[in-house]
Design a protein around this ligand. Structure first.
Ligand code: PXL
Length: 286
């Protein structure tokens, strides 16, 4: 029997809002991977909800090195190391040490450089954190930035984000650090009413775009859902192009369902009823 591929997932856990670990755990499980969480923080709700004195943010930096030590003692090996939203500058350094220790030949290091959206950094991300995120992302095999994060990584204004395939290809090339890492760039749109992702696969050097009809509205957490589907598909042996196209399609279907259900956008997308589509290899119609 093949063993389920193991993923060390280093993200926050948010009680409300369907993002980070609450997206990665179910998506990766549905796609046949064993997702081992190393929470960076516990938040009562993700940071897109209005600021409140009641909001809980439990920084779990102090648990990370001990968790890594215990995992080493248990002899854990991972086919993927997957990071997302990080709670402090120090966590970025800890994660780099974790990579140095746990990275195995053939394993995938996916750094989703979660830092912001719509041209703005998330409110917990300082400029120092963003620059350290760049150092972490430089060690990745694959990064999955949105346009805001790509602009931060490239050190260019968000206003210069590409609006054509040619411009997007140029950003993908630059983000690949001369082909050293693969990139999936999300949130691209080249024509009104369409949205999708572009990818550069370092194995082939090829650039491909996967575009779909754009559903109206903005939903926090879709980037985490997207990256988790990409990783799940890669671990099943799909190419980066196929993984990226599957993730674009799945997120669009989740958004369409959520719009039809009429739930509050801040709660994220209702992906749960659609998880079964990931189980059969994403071959469900639509
Ligand atoms: O989806 C990115 C994300 C992850 N985790 C937390 C967030 C956000 C975006 O707002 O607040 C806690």
């Amino acid at each position: 029997m093949n063993r389920a591929p193991r993923v060390a997932a280093v993200h926050d856990m948010s009680g409300i809002g369907r993002c980070s670990l609450t997206a990665a755990l179910p998506v990766l499980a549905a796609m046949g991977a064993w997702c081992c969480p190393m929470p960076t923080a516990y938040l009562s709700a993700h940071t897109a909800f209005p600021l409140s004195d009641q909001a809980v943010f439990l920084d779990m930096t102090g648990q990370m090195a001990g968790t890594a030590r215990h995992w080493r003692e248990l002899g854990m090996e991972f086919q993927a190391i997957y990071s997302g939203f990080l709670g402090s500058e120090e966590q970025i350094g800890l994660l780099r040490r974790f990579l140095a220790e746990f990275r195995r030949p053939g394993a995938v290091v996916l750094v989703d450089p979660v830092m912001g959206d719509h041209g703005q950094p998330y409110r917990t991300y300082t400029p120092e954190m963003c620059s350290r995120m760049g150092l972490l992302a430089a060690e990745a095999d694959l990064i999955t930035p949105n346009l805001t994060e790509a602009a931060l990584l490239l050190g260019v204004p968000y206003a210069s984000a590409p609006t054509s395939e040619r411009g997007a290809a140029e950003w993908l090339e630059r983000l690949s650090l001369e082909g050293r890492r693969s990139v999936v760039l999300t949130g691209l749109s080249f024509a009104p009413g369409t949205v999708g992702a572009g990818c550069l696969d370092r194995a082939t050097g090829r650039i491909r775009f996967a575009m779909e009809a754009q559903e109206p509205g903005h939903f926090p957490g879709t980037g985490d859902l997207f990256a988790s589907v990409v990783l799940g598909a890669l671990l099943r042996g799909e190419t980066l192009e196929a993984a990226s196209a599957q993730a674009v399609r799945f997120v669009r279907r989740c958004v369409a369902r959520t719009l039809a259900a009429g739930t509050p956008p801040l709660e994220g997308v209702e992906f749960e009823p659609l998880l079964r589509e990931l189980m059969d290899g994403g071959r469900t119609a639509g």
